[in-house]
Design a protein around this ligand. Structure first.
Ligand SMILES: [Zn+2]
Length: 151
């Protein structure tokens, strides 16, 4: 399942990426861009009825809060995110993360992380951002549990 999230759905796009879904998102789409990416067999999520009406694989999201948007999405399509894919994508640019090489990671992440979690450090080959398991991720897991993604 691949998504394209329309403008105003940046937070939802981030959470779908956390759950491992390939999710395109831009805060602005030039005319024709959504048309083009919908040919990649994506599912469109939008807050604009006029946009949703143009496609068959599309869902209108009325809710303003990301938690409600996710539960509306779960009600509309069978969303069963595979936990082994969680935290596998860059939250900023959607690229699949890669294992970070030890020598490259050092200097790009806080020193304490480097010494504690060297196994879990990944980086985005596209934008260069580094990711590691830590308190930030624990908070995300708590949120996913609250939304019913973890039983
Ligand atoms: Zn990136």
């Amino acid at each position: 399942m691949k998504f394209v999230a329309d403008t105003m759905l940046g937070k939802l796009a981030k959470w779908l990426r956390i759950l491992g879904y390939d999710t395109l998102y831009q805060s602005y789409y030039r005319p024709g861009v959504i048309d083009r990416v919908m040919k990649e067999d994506r599912f469109l999520l939008s807050r604009h009825k006029e946009t949703v009406d143009q496609y068959t694989n599309a869902l209108l999201l009325d809710a303003g809060r990301v938690g409600e948007q996710l539960s509306d999405l779960k009600r509309a399509i069978p969303l069963k995110p595979d936990q082994s894919n969680w935290f596998s994508r860059c939250l900023i640019c959607n690229t699949l993360l890669k294992e970070a090489k030890e020598d490259k990671a050092q200097g790009n992440i806080p020193e304490y992380v480097f010494y504690q979690n060297i196994k879990g450090i990944r980086f985005c080959p596209s934008c260069g951002r580094y990711y590691w398991p830590g308190s930030h991720r624990t908070k995300m897991m708590d949120q996913l549990r609250e939304w019913g993604f973890i039983r």
